[in-house]
Design a protein around this ligand. Structure first.
Ligand SMILES: [Zn+2]
Length: 152
């Protein structure tokens, strides 16, 4: 202890890289009349995209897909491999089919309330998994909330 009072701790010290860089949205809002050349400059000043790329869209894969550095490297990839694309599509389609099948059973006249709740739980789990998959658009649950939706 030397008796001097250091500057109050400031979160900015820990996050200097974050705060030094503003989003493109913020930069553009500050200069709403910016010309195209100025906006292109902003691209170098704003928060960049992830340099290493983004995760392969197969939810169970941890590989990264980067934007092609050079022309001729092909189109930007959403999946790290053909295998991942195929697996993604296969699992997505299976989950959708399972949800549709389970919903049909739940809606049958003879299904008891308890059975309906169990089926809703299974449907909810599949919707939860399916939320990780790209290009999925399905109806909102018609009947029940995922949790706490029990009604008498
Ligand atoms: Zn992958």
């Amino acid at each position: 202890m030397d008796g001097t009072t250091p500057n109050a701790p400031d979160q900015r010290d820990d996050r200097r890289d974050v705060l030094m860089t503003r989003s493109l949205e913020t930069l553009m809002a500050a200069e709403p009349d910016a010309t195209a050349p100025r906006v292109l400059e902003m691209l170098d000043e704003c928060v960049p995209l992830e340099k290493k790329g983004y995760r392969c869209l197969n939810p169970t894969c941890t590989e990264l897909c980067a934007w092609p550095k050079l022309r001729g490297q092909g189109r930007p990839k959403l999946f790290c491999s053909k295998t991942c694309r195929q697996q993604h599509d296969r699992v997505r389609d299976r989950l959708i089919a399972e949800i549709n099948g389970l919903e049909a059973v739940r809606d049958r006249p003879g299904t008891t309330r308890r059975q309906g709740e169990d089926l809703s739980s299974a449907i909810g789990q599949r919707r939860w998994a399916l939320a990780r998959y790209a290009g999925v658009s399905f109806d909102q649950p018609r009947d029940n909330a995922p949790e706490g939706g029990r009604r008498k």
